[in-house]
Design a protein around this ligand. Structure first.
Ligand SMILES: Nc1ncnc2c1ncn2[C@@H]1O[C@H](COP(=O)(O)OP(=O)(O)OP(=O)(O)O)[C@@H](O)[C@H]1O
Ligand SMILES: Nc1nc2c(c(=O)[nH]1)N=C(CO)CN2
Length: 164
């Protein structure tokens, strides 16, 4: 058993192409993929808008560390260079949750600690799983409702862009 929720983000170069490359890397395990959202940057706000999407994957042969490695391999293939925390990047793959796993290891925090505060994660997640729960934090729908309206308004579906 290893069902995982992965958040994908890009704000440099061929943003849609990088998100597609991440989905292609996990395609055999793909359960569902959200639409593509254009989102205002949080954290470091003075940077280009992101494209964000979220996918649910399932592969009994992969544990949570294997999902982290898969995400990091996709980031490296996209030529990602780690510079500024929360800064611009070709591809970011965050492991949002892995079913049944709580972790306080800094190399792999689960659930990802940013999840309750990020409309760019919660909105695409709710699109494909309206009953989504963040372990220890409650229902994703309730968490989203608590965020400032400006955060929600900064996440806009791009129906012209698709990953599936
Ligand atoms: N749930 C997780 N998903 C992905 N990376 C994680 C997770 N928990 C811890 N990490 C660690 O975080 C580091 C990567 O951080 P990264 O540079 O992607 O941070 P960031 O994207 O700038 O910020 P944030 O993680 O808040 O989105 C890696 O070393 C990785 O081991
Ligand atoms: N909207 C949005 N903002 C961000 C994102 C992201 O994926 N979407 N990722 C970041 C890097 O951690 C920093 N800021």
């Amino acid at each position: 058993m290893s069902r995982a929720v992965l958040s994908l983000g890009s704000n440099l170069g061929d943003r849609l192409g990088y998100l597609r490359s991440a989905v292609d890397a996990v395609r055999p395990a793909l359960v569902a993929v959200s639409g593509v959202y254009e989102t205002k940057a949080w954290g470091v706000e003075d940077q280009p808008d992101f494209l964000n999407a979220l996918c649910i994957v399932d592969d009994p042969a992969r544990d949570h560390w294997a999902w982290l490695r898969a995400g990091q391999a996709a980031e490296q293939a996209a030529g990602r260079v780690r510079e500024l925390r929360w800064g611009p990047r070709t591809l970011d793959v965050d492991i949002v949750t892995v079913q049944g796993v709580l972790s306080d290891d800094p190399e792999l925090l689960l659930p990802h600690p940013g999840t309750p505060d990020r409309a760019s994660v919660l909105i695409p997640w709710l699109e494909i799983d309206p009953d989504a729960e963040v372990p220890g934090h409650g229902r994703a729908a309730d968490l989203l409702a608590r965020l400032p309206e400006a955060d929600r308004a900064g996440v806009v579906l791009r129906p012209d862009l698709t990953l599936s």
